[in-house]
Write a protein that binds this ligand. Structure first.
Ligand code: ADP
Length: 369
């Protein structure tokens, strides 16, 4: 008997064993989800539980829509209906990329391959779903570090060329300002000084962003670090009519971090919160809590929040919606947090914007990027 046929026979014999089939489905590292012709989930393996966050007994019998982003569920249902009518579907037998939805509502990238099988006179649609979050995240980091290495050198050169004349301009204008008595001239010189200061800050941010980051890790109490950072900002926030609150169930949470760099991240977030609430006043809440071997720091404001469609671009270098923004604060913050082996994300909560910093309590082996 030819080899191919022999293995086919073996496959047939093996698959006639329900225990073996069950074992294969349950030990697969990709999610395997099957639905019936009514779009209801009828199979949900262990990997699916881990990836989507539902327990099997929660998922079975539910509409497949619970695992799909809004809008996609409807489209998917029409594919199934179309297939039942015509026997054809544009999605069957192809490997496709898309987004799926976890129980907590968050969306994540997936690779999906689907098949349809007639079973006991009814159609069963099966999807094998691979969670691509980690791979996509690695690709993004690689792309970004390649991009940064390429622009880094050019940026440092330009920054260097602009910085010196700018410092000279600032110094000269300041000496003219001190000698000037005419109020009208003084006002104009003041304006120049303010713009020079703004450009200096921009140059500092750009060179900070382009430079490779090296951390000085020290054993640090993160609760105290949050407290100190908030104290620095408190006068400016309160002056703008913003109430300040620190929430922590624990007195002390120690981790190996670069405290100065983390303060920089918090200052960036406070500055953004201040700008978001500058006209209306409001409340800034800083919360820190331990969760297993991670620590979570939340910065919440009661400003207008972030339009949903801007959320994916927020941490992109130079992305800003402000007239005089640099669009570097959040990307520098992300660089610092990721160098600690952590991550930072943004979302809206009921009353405004929320930024979440997640850090490992023990740092990774390599800590520079
Ligand atoms: P910049 O502050 O210079 O614009 P950032 O990188 O700090 O640069 O922020 C990028 C953008 O993210 C901002 O322009 C703003 O649109 C948005 N953003 C950041 N923080 C908040 C917040 N607390 N509330 C609303 N939008 C925010």
């Amino acid at each position: 008997m030819p080899e191919k046929e022999k293995s086919y026979c073996l496959e047939e014999r093996l698959l006639s064993s329900p225990e073996l089939l069950h074992g294969i489905i349950q030990t697969a590292t990709d999610a395997i989800v099957a639905i019936d012709a009514q779009h209801r989930i009828i199979l949900f393996n262990r990997a699916a539980e881990q990836i989507f966050g539902y327990r099997v007994e929660e998922a079975l019998g539910q509409d497949l829509g619970i695992l799909l982003p809004e809008g996609v569920a409807e489209r998917h249902r029409t594919y199934v209906e179309e297939f039942l009518r015509t026997g054809e579907s544009p999605v069957l037998g192809r490997i496709m990329e898309g987004l799926a939805r976890r129980k907590d509502g968050s969306l994540f990238p997936v690779q999906i391959s689907r098949s349809a099988t007639k079973f006991d006179d009814s159609w069963v649609f099966t999807a094998i779903v691979r969670d691509m979050s980690l791979q996509k995240e690695m690709e993004r980091r690689l792309l970004e570090s390649e991009k940064l290495a390429a622009v880094g050198m050019a940026v440092s050169r330009i920054v260097h060329e602009i910085k010196n004349p700018l410092i000279a301009i600032g110094g000269l204008v300041l000496s003219l300002y001190k000698k000037e008595d005419r109020p009208e001239h003084k006002r104009k010189l003041e304006l120049i000084l303010r713009e020079v200061e703004r450009l200096e800050k921009l140059l500092y941010d750009i060179s900070d962003f382009a430079k490779p980051l090296s951390l000085e890790l020290k054993d640090t109490d993160l609760v105290a670090l949050c407290q100190e950072s908030l104290e620095v900002y408190r006068p400016r926030l309160e002056e703008a009519g913003i109430k300040v609150r620190l929430k922590s169930d624990e007195k002390e949470i120690r981790a190996m971090v670069d405290g100065e760099r983390l303060k920089e991240v918090l200052f960036n977030l406070f500055e953004n919160a201040l700008e978001a609430m500058a006209d209306s006043g409001g409340e800034l809440e800083l919360e820190i809590k331990r969760e297993g071997d991670r620590v979570l720091i939340y910065v919440r404001d009661t400003g207008p929040g972030i339009p949903e469609k801007l959320l994916p671009q927020l941490f992109t270098p130079f992305f800003t919606t402000k007239k005089k923004g640099t669009g570097l604060g959040l990307s520098i913050s992300r660089k610092i947090v990721e160098a600690h082996g952590g991550n930072i994300r943004a979302r809206n909560w009921e009353r405004g914007a929320e930024f979440i910093i997640e850090l490992p309590l023990r740092p990774p082996q390599t800590v520079s990027s």
